[in-house]
Design a protein around this ligand. Structure first.
Ligand SMILES: *[C@@H]1O[C@H](CO)[C@@H](O)[C@H](O)[C@H]1NC(C)=O
Ligand SMILES: *[C@@H]1O[C@H](CO)[C@@H](O)[C@H](O)[C@H]1NC(C)=O
Length: 395
């Protein structure tokens, strides 16, 4: 599940209150958890893999989104895979709904999750048109009944639409523009939007935007206050010293702080003043030997934080106090190139490892109950290739 960690807490506490349902051999309890990602192919689809009681994944389903995927370009103007959308949170789960971006057709799809089987998805209506190009990240606020996206092509910015279980997804509002002078598809990773996410009480929407060191443009966090009237059209931009190419970020529970990754050096803890929206740096965590540290996840259950790198195949736990490294789990035995979007749930971390045409796409499962160790490397080459993006979990 994507950032609203308060949401996860909410569901966790609900679960804790629910009476224990016993299962019998004749009436096995259905699988309740699943991992989701988008294939992001020309015919875009959501892949759903069930999570077993032991944390392991098994074969799941693929459901078309009704839209098209896409990919950005890297500095040599070649497909930016396995970082196809140059973003975190290309897919988000909220309640019993999956929200998936269609970067190639500038729209957002909503799919409902069956109550009896979390891998059974149903597309709700048509994908909703987004007033921008190359939509690459989505955040949902259940509290405010909102789905917000960012686009990072030649028309870049943030747009939000009302969402309710009853009425589904409404019309996206006017774009809150970012003047990135990008193309469609964008050339990254510098100078693109990385992510949208809500703060803990869902009163502010953050958009995380990478700087462009080549032209001396700093990366920034744009904060948009959320009120009953919706999301403000005006964002306050602020840059935190020592950071530049701000990438996948997470709200640290109980604080106004964010864990942000930066492929320039590793990760950082920054604080966003709730009144002024000013960003200040609390800690910079340099990761030696890193190549592209771009994704982060914080376990809603344990509060522990992890970061991934698509060029170095390992999972790194970092401190939510100062971004210093706590432990490194080497995963090179899987043969994957590295990891992209990830989610920490309970004792496990699930991370997408997109393929490169030779190396098969997979979801890597790391057991972090003790010293981190590889639990499973689940190949998904039959359903996903080099462009797969995002990772969300239903718990
Ligand atoms: C750009 O991506 C291609 C794969 O599409 C890769 O071979 C190449 O090394 C990348 N270039 C840079 C500068 O990252
Ligand atoms: C994929 O990565 C592997 C390992 O780095 C490399 O040997 C192979 O040539 C790559 N394949 C493509 C199509 O780039």
């Amino acid at each position: 599940m994507h950032a609203p960690s308060s949401l996860s807490f909410f569901f966790v506490s609900l679960l804790a209150l629910a009476p224990e349902v016993s299962s019998s051999p004749c009436n096995p309890k259905p699988q309740e958890k699943a991992v989701y990602f988008i294939t992001n192919e020309e015919v875009n689809a959501v892949a759903a893999l069930p999570i077993g009681p032991d944390g392991k994944l098994s074969k799941g389903t693929v459901t078309e989104t009704g839209g098209a995927g896409s990919f950005g370009l890297n500095s040599t103007l070649l497909p930016a895979t396995p970082d196809a959308l140059i973003s975190q949170s290309a897919i988000t789960v909220s309640g019993k709904h999956v929200f998936a971006v269609n970067a190639g057709s500038n729209s957002l799809s909503v799919l409902s999750i069956s109550h009896s089987d979390p891998t059974k998805l149903k597309l709700l209506g048509e994908p909703a048109a987004v007033p921008g190009e190359f939509v690459n990240t989505v955040a949902v606020s259940a509290k405010n009944g909102l789905a917000c996206v960012a686009t990072t092509g030649s028309v870049a910015g943030v747009s939000c639409a009302p969402f309710s279980k009853k009425k589904g997804l409404g019309k996206f509002d006017a774009l809150r523009p970012f003047e990135l002078e990008q193309s469609t598809p964008p050339v990254g990773p510098a100078n693109t939007v990385s992510q949208v996410l809500f703060n803990e009480d869902e009163s502010v929407l953050y958009a995380i935007v990478k700087g462009n060191p080549a032209v001396g443009r700093a990366g920034f966090v744009s904060s948009f206050p959320v009120s009953e009237g919706g999301v403000s059209q005006d964002g306050t931009r602020s840059s935190a010293s020592g950071t530049d190419i701000l990438f996948g970020s997470q709200v640290i529970p109980g604080t106004n702080n964010l864990l942000v990754t930066d492929p320039g050096f590793g990760s950082a803890i920054i604080s966003i003043d709730p009144a002024t929206h000013e960003a200040t740096t609390i800690g910079l965590g340099e990761v030696e030997g890193q190549s592209a540290t771009c994704w982060s996840t914080i376990s809603p259950d344990t509060g522990r934080a992890f970061i991934t790198d698509f060029g170095v195949n390992r999972l790194i736990e970092v401190s939510v106090e100062d971004a210093s490294i706590i432990s490194i789990t080497d995963l090179s035995e899987t043969g994957a190139l590295g990891l992209t979007d990830a989610r920490a749930v309970g004792d496990f971390v699930y991370a997408l490892a997109a393929g490169n045409g030779t190396v098969e796409a997979a979801v890597t499962v790391v057991d972090v109950s003790g010293e981190g160790s590889l639990l499973q490397h689940f190949g998904v080459g039959d359903i996903a290739g080099t462009r797969a993006q995002g990772l969300a979990v239903l718990v």
